[in-house]
Each structure stands twice: as structure tokens, then as C-alpha cells.
Ligand binder design. Structure first.
Ligand SMILES: NC(=O)c1ccc[n+]([C@@H]2O[C@H](COP(=O)([O-])OP(=O)(O)OC[C@H]3O[C@@H](n4cnc5c(N)ncnc54)[C@H](OP(=O)(O)O)[C@@H]3O)[C@@H](O)[C@H]2O)c1
Length: 266
């Protein structure tokens, strides 16, 4: 029996598979995709084994579902006859807004399920991965899975009722952060910086500021004040952000995302 099987190796499933291959023998990781040639190319590139949904459902201990939520019912429905007779495997879902109970129901009910909510920086080991598990899981299985996820980034246990909220901050956050980086760089380009230089400065400024906050434990308000001299230029930039509703827009982005996640869950 193989240890890990990824059904769906797109932006997120692929990132998690790459992280798993850092902690675990890639030759023990099976991957499948909607287009078999994509699974074959991905497997070749990362030393994994190209497979099919059916083979993964039959042979892997951890069956990791990396398909979009709207395809989950058809993918799991087709695998139900294989999965419902297995007692030695755990389903892992990363689907936004889908509860563990809903996933278990798609294969006939009482099934061990681990739910993770990763984000795309997992690809380079800097992800945030929230997780929870249902009461059908063995503690040792959860620990084995988490050990393989260690190379993906920061693992954080979060009760399932809060995962939609966590997802709105860190799961979707890379989109919001990337928009901020792009906008910061656009400003630099308007002021005459070459595009590539402006993008690098903007990205490195976000990394540095985030790391400084985590290492110092300082509140972001204090960090903002440390850059704003009285009568200076940065406070004029802060004024422009406030006038443009920057903070309110970001907060609303998270709340709207959370509401949509909860809508998926219905
Ligand atoms: N993207 C994110 O930042 C993010 C963050 C947190 C959670 N998630 C969750 O991660 C999951 C995947 O999202 P994604 O963004 O990675 O989607 P994606 O990039 O579109 O990847 C989807 C993957 O599913 C495969 N697939 C489609 N139909 C399939 C089938 N019938 N059998 C096997 N594989 C099939 C696709 O293969 P082909 O390419 O060959 O069609 C592709 O590898 C979703 O549930 C999403 O909610 C995503």
C-alpha cells in the first residue's frame, strides 16, 4: 500500500504534494488529475508516481482530495464502491466550505476525514495550514499525516467551525496580499521605478514587515507609527490610504470571502 495519493494536483493539491515529497519518499506518492498527461508530467517532474483516481482510492492510506468543491460529489461518487469497503484509509479534504461530514457522506457516512485549509505559499514551505479531524480518525494517523505536512509551513489546529474564517484570512489571503504588492509596485512605477525593481521592493517589504512583526511581537499599529515621523511623508501616504478606505476594503474582503465560504457549506 502506498502512503499518499493526491487526486488533483493543481495550484493547491500540487503545492501540498510538493511539500509532502520533502518529508516523504516521492516514490511513495501517487498523483492523478483530470487530464492524465498533466499527472504524468507532474509526477515526472517531482519523482512521484502517475496514477488514477481508482488506483489511489484502492491503494493509498491517505487519499488527498485536491479537486474543486464543485467536482467533489462526482469524483467521490465514482470512488464510493472502492472506498466504502476500505477500513484502512483516511480521506483528506482541502475544499473550501465543505465540512468533513459532507465529505464522509459522499462515500457513505462514517469515514475518517482530516480537513486542511492550506494556502499557496505551502509550495515553498511558507504556507499556513489549518487542520482538524473527525472522531473516526486515529490519533496516530493524524500525526503521521501532519508529519508529512511539516515541510508545507505552519500547521495550526483550528476547530472546524472556524475553518471558514481561517480560510478567509490565510487561504484567500495570498490573493489579497498579491494585489497589495502589485498596487505598491504600480505606485513605484508611476514615480519612475522600473517595473521589476518596484515589484521586488514591494514583495520584499511585505516579507520583511511580516517577519519583523512575528519576531518582535509588535502590534502593527506600533510598526506603522515607527515609520510615520511628525509632519513627514509616510503619514501623508497613510492619510491617502485612509481616505481610500484601505482598511475597510481589506476587512470587507475577508468578511465577503467568509460569507461565500459559508454559502458553499449549505
Ligand atoms: N487555490 C488556493 O489558493 C486554495 C486554497 C485553499 C484551498 N483550496 C482548495 O483546493 C482545492 C483545489 O483547488 P485548486 O485551486 O488547486 O484548483 P485547480 O488549480 O483548478 O486544480 C484542480 C485539480 O483537480 C484536477 N481534477 C479535475 N477534475 C478531476 C477528476 N475528475 N479527477 C482527478 N482530478 C481532477 C485538475 O486536473 P486537470 O488540471 O488535469 O484538469 C487539477 O489538477 C479546492 O477544493 C479549493 O477549495 C485552494
Amino acid at each position: 500500500m502506498a502512503s499518499f495519493g493526491f487526486i488533483g494536483i493543481g495550484n493547491m493539491g500540487g503545492a501540498i504534494a510538493i511539500a509532502a515529497a520533502k518529508a516523504h519518499d516521492p516514490g511513495d506518492i501517487l498523483v492523478s488529475a483530470g487530464h492524465p498527461e498533466r499527472a504524468a508530467a507532474f509526477a515526472r517532474q517531482h519523482g512521484m508516481v502517475a496514477s488514477t483516481n481508482e488506483e489511489i482510492a484502492r491503494d493509498c492510506k491517505f487519499v488527498i482530495l485536491g479537486v474543486k468543491p464543485q467536482f467533489m460529489a462526482s469524483v467521490l461518487g465514482a470512488l464510493k464502491p472502492i472506498l466504502e469497503v476500505r477500513t484502512d484509509c483516511v480521506l483528506v479534504t482541502m475544499a473550501a466550505g465543505m465540512t468533513m461530514q459532507r465529505i464522509a457522506n459522499l462515500v457513505g457516512g462514517g469515514y475518517p476525514v482530516i480537513r486542511i485549509m492550506p494556502n499557496t505559499p505551502a509550495r515553498i514551505g511558507l504556507g499556513v495550514i489549518q487542520y482538524d479531524w473527525n472522531d473516526r480518525c486515529q490519533k496516530a494517523d493524524v500525526e503521521e499525516f501532519l508529519a508529512a505536512m511539516g515541510a508545507a509551513g505552519t500547521l495550526s489546529h483550528l476547530p472546524e467551525r472556524l475553518i471558514d474564517a481561517g480560510s478567509a484570512v490565510s487561504g484567500s489571503g495570498p490573493a489579497f496580499a498579491a494585489m497589495f504588492i502589485e498596487a505598491l509596485a504600480d505606485g513605484g512605477v508611476i514615480c519612475g521605478l522600473p517595473r521589476a525593481t518596484a515589484l521586488e521592493y514591494a514583495a520584499r517589504t511585505l516579507i520583511g514587515t511580516a517577519e519583523l512583526m512575528l519576531q518582535s511581537g509588535d502590534h502593527p499599529g506600533k510598526m506603522k507609527d515607527a515609520v510615520c515621523s511628525p509632519g513627514g511623508s509616510t503619514i501623508q501616504g497613510v492619510r491617502a490610504l485612509e481616505k481610500g478606505g484601505f482598511r475597510s476594503a481589506v476587512t470587507e474582503a475577508v468578511v465577503k470571502t467568509w460569507e461565500k465560504n459559508k454559502e458553499f457549506a449549505k
